[in-house]
Write a protein that binds this ligand. Sequence first.
Ligand SMILES: [Zn+2]
Length: 293
Amino acid sequence: MPIFDIHTHAPRRSLPDDPGASSTSDALYRPDKHASTAHTPETYIAALDGIQRAVVFNIAADPEDDRNNSNLQYAVPEVNDDTAAIVREHPEKLIGFLTVHARDPKALDEIDRCVGDLGMKGIKLGPNYQNIDPLSPEAFRVFKRAEELGLPVLLHQGTSPVQFADLDYAHPRHIDRVATAFPDLKMILAHMAHPWQIDCIVVIRKHPNVFADISAQFYRPWSAWNAFCLAQEWGVMHKLLFGSDLPIATPQETIDGLRSINEVIEGTGLPRIDEEQIEAIIHRDSLGLLGLS
Ligand SMILES: [Zn+2]
C-alpha cells in the first residue's frame, strides 16, 4: 500500500551566501535531537525513499516585517519558483503547494500564477510564521480564492519558534470560523496543533473538510500518546493524515515513532492506541481525501 507524506519543506535552492542557511537547527523543534539537519535537494529526495507521493512547499515571508523572517521564510515569487523547480525534477513523486503572504496586495495574482503557470495544487500558510490573523479580511480573501479553485490549504498550527508573531494566530479554534465561512475548503491543521491537540480534535470532528496531520508528535512520547488517545476517544482517527515535517523528521522516523506509540504506557493499565488505526494513518489515501489524486 502506498504512503503519502503531506507535509515536507522544500530545500531552498537559491540560497544566500550563508553556509548555515542550508540546514535547519532542530533545537527549537526536536527535544530529542539537538543537531542540525542538512537539507539539500539530495538529502531531501533520499529521505523520501519508500514514500510514493509527497506534498512539498515553502513559506512566504511577511513583506513588511523582516524581524520574523527566518530561513524558513523568504520572498514571493522566488519562494514558489523554488518549490516548482524541485517538483519539475521529481514530478512522479512531488506535489507542489504554493505559498503567499495574505497581506501582500498581489497575493491573488501569485495564486493564479502558481496554479496556471507552475501547476501547483494547494496552499501552505503559517499564521505564526507570517504573523497573520487567520480571521482577518486579508486571510479570508486567500481562503475564498482557495475554495473557488479547489486548492487545499495546509496551515501550521500550534507551537511556534517565531518570537515576534502572535502565538494565538496559530490556535486551531480559529479554524472553526474559517471552516464555517468556507465549508467546501479543504484544510489540514499541521502537527495536530500541538500542544492544543484537543482543540484541533473538536474542530476536525465537526467539519468534514478539515483534517489534521500527525507530524511532530512522536518525539514527545507522552504528548503523542495523549493526542492519539484523545483522537481515538473522540472518534477522529480517520481524519488524521500522515506527514513527516521533513527535514525536522524523516518519514521513516515518523513511521517508527507511530509504531511505538504505546511504548510509553507499557506496564500500565492505560488504554492502548489501536495499532490497526495507526497503520491506517500511515497508509491513508490523503490525496484522495484532499482531491489531489
Ligand atoms: Zn512544517
